[in-house]
Design a protein. Structure first.
Length: 274
């Protein structure tokens, strides 16, 4: 069963499962490339005019929907199609000529993961005319370089905002390759022998975004508050927390907070949470 979801400018979903009266704004595939009209009657620029149509591939349904809706909130003229697998994207042949970039979310998985290697290489090879860009949690330069070697035209870390992600897509479409500044900084520090500051990413243990979530956990903040303050979906916050727990070998949030607080230098004084 295909899990392809298509989002219109007003957030309508194609292939909605349920009675149509629950969501009267369902539309057909032809609407994905035809001009749309807002409820106010104002015309919305079509894909041909805006020339931006992104195919997002992510097997995690909540993450996928959050990313699609996030793109929409930043740019209502941007077309975005959601796919829960590469196979679903491959089967959507009617969209291949209209998509200008493919975003593959690999999450926390490393570049050496066989599934990641196969996924990036197959997309870059089969759809060579469409730039493939990976999204992931890892920001290590070696990891990023591997992804680019597989044929990706860029790597977007989850620590950046949606505006940066959209500009990364524009750069790839123009023939460039996007590399996150955080990866370049760590690579430069490695070459110079400079040690990263403890205030940066908590002794290099976390990505920048994970460090921000970890610090919020240390302060006892709820997921909803963390999501609001960091401009993230709550489901994304939960993913970061799971990864943080794995890295710290913690069993729960309380243990995470305790271990992170213990990592803080004694000279921090009031910044330590007792």
């Amino acid at each position: 069963m295909s899990h392809h979801l298509e989002f219109s400018a007003v957030g309508a979903v194609k292939n909605y499962i349920g009675p149509t009266e629950v969501n009267p704004r369902l539309y057909d595939l032809k609407d994905a490339i035809a001009p749309k009209v807002r409820p106010t009657g104002d015309p919305v620029v079509s894909e041909a005019a805006s020339n931006i149509h992104i195919a997002v591939i992510d097997y995690r349904k909540l993450e996928l929907e959050c990313l699609i809706r996030g793109f929409r909130s930043r740019n209502p003229n941007l077309e975005a199609s959601a796919f829960s697998s590469i196979k679903d994207w491959q089967n959507a042949s009617e969209l291949h000529d209209h998509v200008s970039a493919i975003l593959l979310n690999i999450g926390w998985r490393n570049a050496t993961d066989p599934e990641v290697v196969e996924a990036v290489k197959s997309l870059a090879s089969e759809f060579s005319a469409i730039p493939t860009i990976a999204i992931g949690d890892v920001e290590d330069m070696a990891h990023v370089m591997k992804i680019l070697e597989y044929g990706a035209r860029g790597y977007i870390p989850t620590s950046v905002g949606l505006d940066v992600a959209i500009e990364a897509v524009r750069l790839a479409r123009a023939g460039g390759i996007f590399v996150p500044a955080s990866s370049l900084t760590s690579f430069q520090q490695h070459l110079s022998g400079e040690k990263p500051s403890q205030d940066g990413v908590m002794n290099g243990l976390f990505t920048a975004r994970q460090a921000a979530v970890a610090d919020a956990l240390r302060r006892g903040k709820a997921n909803k508050i963390i999501a609001y303050e960091l401009n993230l979906c709550e489901s994304t916050v939960k993913v970061h927390i799971r990864n943080i727990m794995k890295k710290l070998k913690a069993k729960n949030r309380t243990e995470v907070a305790y271990k992170i607080n213990d990592m803080m230098p004694r000279s921090s004084g009031s910044d330590r949470v007792m």
